[in-house]
Write a protein that binds this ligand. Structure first.
Ligand SMILES: [Zn+2]
Length: 590
């Protein structure tokens, strides 16, 4: 029987997990979680039950006081090992005792030196897309949702947090045990834990932030407006159903901008700029509380349902909070990035479709921004077709109908057809969803702020460099747009001039520097290499690192340094980051 999800061994005909109660002991010496977990199923299961695992060392499986028969009977580099619980006899609950591997892909154990404070170790998880199976055996597909309760034991100097409600904490010897519950059902990829020297700061009635003490002040200021954002998001998407919305500022190795773990967004420290410049990143992660976490893609082939919808919601909320001018600027910038990425992967590539066939492919390696922006532009076309008012009503109905459910692209299209049939008369839905590239039959975004940047770029190409006065007061996205659209190679003198004129150093924005360093590398600015290395060692955000490593691979002089630099930061960055960049270098024979 073909699998319902190409990235999971689970067979949903067998029955589904409904609830898990976990008792976790975190060992910071061995980098292992020792876990005992009670599973409840939605209905009694007889015969076999397949669970996804990766590197799990299973000690014991028990149901109704009896040891269960089990075997890891299939394995695959991408999917991990299939745990086969055998000869079940009307089993509705069972207990597994196991250890995680010290190589568990989802878990990042950081030594003291890699934290802001430098005195305590840090642990955090990143389960999206298919890494929850390295933390606990589960049906690791976004189409299965379960509630959970958990306790987590950590050394007493540390604070444990989870993407869940904390309900208690107690002392046990030299440890502290934190208790959590998650009454709303989540898919496995939204399971998240972390522990470190963390403090908490309240920001608003429903909002707060966890960070190391060294970062808490800056973080509290940067994200002080989160409550206001929730209020705006609720107007668009309906009531916020997860209770609190807190942030966790992670150490620099965190591979993403943010991860929308429910109740507790995990966030890159590069988002703390001192000027609230990355406000849209929070808007995006917050919007996921609806689009993604509440209404979830059924498989990673339907990823655009999570990311396209979230990007659309982000632009709508940004428009209210910062004005149409800023939102338009972002839209044009996003469109340019979409073109850039589509050209890089190839316009005819399957990766430029919205529904992407991913059988046999690693979702970490195939993730691009295409489902985000192409998905968003598709939804905007749907909005234009029926007008904003009707589309707003559609959004609320969509969120209400599918809340706490997962759905496929096809189920979404059926719903769209039922609710807004006119969309299908005006928008070539099949082409948008199932065909590669981007149709010309769509409304292009326009932005005066972007045009201003283009005018200066045009004069630059004619030989006139922009002056300080001309770029003073530019918004973050204007600078990003400028750096993104620079000619691939420019004179080394111009690299130096532009860094100074755009005042990049004092803005200290890793997003700016990921473009800037890529340009410097392509332009043969060899003296910049020690700074690039310092950046790669300090900033763990995959998106930024990829643009620099891609530039190195494409450059004759920098190519020779790429492997050495990656090996130098291997222990510092997240396994996902190292894995993805390593694959890129291998493809280039480096
Ligand atoms: Zn997202």
């Amino acid at each position: 029987m073909p699998r319902h999800d190409p990235h999971s061994y689970s067979d949903l005909q067998q029955g589904k997990i409904a609830h898990i109660d976990l008792r976790i002991q975190a060992n910071f010496e061995s980098h292992i979680l020792k876990v005992e977990a009670d599973y409840q199923l939605t209905e009694p299961v007889s015969g076999s039950l397949f669970l996804d695992t990766a590197g799990i060392d299973l000690k014991r499986a028990v149901a109704d006081g009896q040891e269960l028969q089990w075997d890891f009977d299939q394995q695959d580099e991408l999917l991990g090992e299939r745990l086969h619980l055998k000869e079940l006899n009307k089993v509705s609950s069972f207990t597994l005792a196991f250890n995680t591997s010290n190589e568990a892909r989802a878990l990042q154990w950081l030594p003291e030196v890699q934290t802001a404070g430098g005195e305590h170790p840090f642990l955090y998880s990143q389960c999206q897309a298919i890494h929850a199976r390295s933390v606990f055996p589960c049906q690791d597909t976004p189409s299965v949702r379960f509630t959970f309760s958990a306790e987590m034991e950590v050394p007493k100097a540390l604070t444990a947090v989870m993407a869940a409600e904390q309900v208690g904490v107690r002392q046990r010897g030299e440890s502290r045990v934190f208790q959590f519950k998650m009454p709303q059902p989540i898919p496995s990829y939204l399971f998240a834990i972390a522990a470190g020297n963390l403090v908490f700061r309240e920001l608003g009635p429903r909002t707060g932030v966890y960070a190391e003490p060294q970062l808490i002040e800056a973080a509290a200021w940067e994200f002080a407006e989160n409550e206001e954002k929730i209020v705006e998001a609720e107007k668009l998407l309906g009531p916020y159903l997860w209770g609190r919305y807190d942030l966790l500022i992670l150490p620099p190795s965190f591979p993403y901008g943010g991860m929308e773990n429910p109740r507790l967004t995990f966030l890159t420290p590069t988002s703390i700029l001192g000027n609230r410049g990355q406000a849209t990143l929070i808007t995006h992660e917050l919007a996921h509380a609806w689009t993604g976490n509440l209404v979830t893609n059924a498989t990673w082939e339907d990823f655009w349902l999570n990311e396209g919808w979230t990007t659309y919601a982000e632009t709508r909320i940004t428009e209210v909070l910062t004005g149409k001018e800023s939102a338009d600027l972002m839209a044009v910038y996003d469109e340019q990035r979409l073109f850039e990425v589509m050209e890089r992967v190839g316009m005819a590539s399957i990766l430029t479709r919205l529904k992407v066939p991913l059988e046999g492919l690693d979702p970490d390696e195939t993730t691009t921004i295409i489902p985000y922006y192409k998905g968003c532009f598709f939804l905007k076309e749907c909005e234009y077709a029926v007008g904003r008012e009707r589309f707003n009503a559609f959004i609320q109905k969509y969120m209400g109908t599918y809340r706490f459910q997962s759905l496929s692209t096809e189920a979404f299209l059926d719903f769209l057809k039922q609710e807004l049939p006119e969309v299908f008369e005006q928008v070539d839905v099949q082409k948008w969803i199932y065909e590669p590239s981007l149709t010309d039959k769509r409304r292009r975004p326009q932005s005066a702020l972007y045009d201003e940047v283009q005018a200066l770029l045009a004069s630059y190409r004619q030989g006139t460099r922009p002056t300080r006065e001309q770029v003073a007061g530019w918004q973050r996205y204007q600078i990003l747009s400028f750096l993104q659209a620079l000619p691939k190679q420019i004179p080394v003198e111009d690299c130096k001039y532009l860094e100074e004129t755009l005042d990049l150093e004092s803005k200290n924005d890793a997003g700016h520097y990921s473009y800037f360093y890529a340009t410097c590398i392509a332009s043969g600015y060899q003296e910049i290499l020690p700074r690039v290395e310092e950046f790669i060692g300090r900033v763990g955000r995959l998106l930024y690192l990829l643009s620099i490593f891609r530039a190195m691979i494409a450059s004759d002089w920098a190519k020779a340094h790429a492997r050495r630099i990656l090996e130098g930061v291997r222990e510092r960055h997240h396994k996902i980051t190292v894995h993805v960049i390593n694959k890129l270098l291998e493809k280039a024979d480096l």
